[in-house]
Design a protein around this ligand. Structure first.
Ligand code: DGL
Length: 261
């Protein structure tokens, strides 16, 4: 089977990382829209245009299904494109429901973070309304983390400083769960722990999204024998050797982050 995984940039590598564990025999096409990242700073109309173009590109390259590994693009465009293409399209949304389900300490709260488009979009409000019966959920955008991630910057003290500054108004001890509602944020779990304290837990939508992909994949996809492995595209062109090397650095960071829950 051949699966297209698409994000504005390198955030969706965290979904690819998960998908490789769950579908080891699959062939993946990873598409990062490097020309237009960060989506969180674009207009909704612009994002819709990018999504349509890239879905067409992936379908032209023979994928059996596409994962939009980007909460921002899903929040803006998923509804429009759900039934428009010849292959199943799976989107992502912040895993608020999972966090509510997993909460152990009733006195504590859940912190949802994503890009401003996701945080202030109707889709997230609607989701929170549906699952947050006890009003435990707070939300806040942290767009600059996307830029740190795109620069492969995981270690500088600037990151903690940015988080502390942005989140000045929050009482960190009150939070039991952080919902990583942007795939770029998976690289920063250690920084969140530095700021929120070491007992805070994380949820993201990666595993749920791959499960959903497995549910919607047509039977024929499982029968197709493609060559397992991943081909990477940056905005329509194949990546070069230097970029491949960078991608490996991202994957190494994701390995390190994987067991921090
Ligand atoms: N990784 C994306 C998400 O999950 C978008 C980040 C961006 O391009 O601003 O929302």
């Amino acid at each position: 089977m051949k699966i297209g995984i698409y994000d504005s940039g390198i955030g969706g590598l965290s979904v690819l990382h998960q998908a490789r564990k769950m579908l080891p025999g699959a062939e993946f096409l990873y598409y990062a829209d490097e020309k237009h990242v960060p989506y969180g700073e674009k207009t909704r109309e612009e994002i819709k245009g990018y999504v349509e173009e890239i879905l067409n590109f992936l379908i032209d390259h023979g994928v059996d299904a596409v994962v939009i590994a980007c909460n921002t693009a899903t929040s803006v465009a998923k509804k429009e494109f759900r039934n428009t293409f010849s292959v199943p399209i799976v989107g992502m949304e912040p895993a608020v429901k999972k966090a509510v389900r997993m909460q152990q300490d009733e006195t504590k709260r859940i912190f949802v973070t994503a890009t401003p488009i996701t945080i202030y979009g109707e889709k997230l409000d609607h989701l929170i309304e549906q699952v947050d019966a006890h009003h435990k959920v707070d939300k806040y955008p942290l767009q600059k983390l996307v830029r740190f991630a795109e620069r492969c910057n995981f270690d500088s003290p600037e990151i903690d400083e940015y988080l502390r500054n942005e989140l000045k108004g929050f009482d960190f001890d009150r939070y039991e769960y952080i919902v990583l509602g942007c795939t770029h944020f998976n690289y920063f779990k250690e920084h969140f722990r530095t700021v929120f304290g070491k007992d805070v837990h994380f949820v993201d939508g990666n595993e749920g999204t791959v499960r959903q992909l497995m549910r919607v994949l047509p039977k024929e996809a499982y029968e197709r024998k493609d060559k397992p492995g991943t081909t990477y595209y940056y905005s329509g062109r194949l990546v070069n050797d230097y970029e491949k090397h960078q991608i490996q650095r991202y994957m190494d960071q994701l390995d390190k982050m994987y067991d921090i829950n």
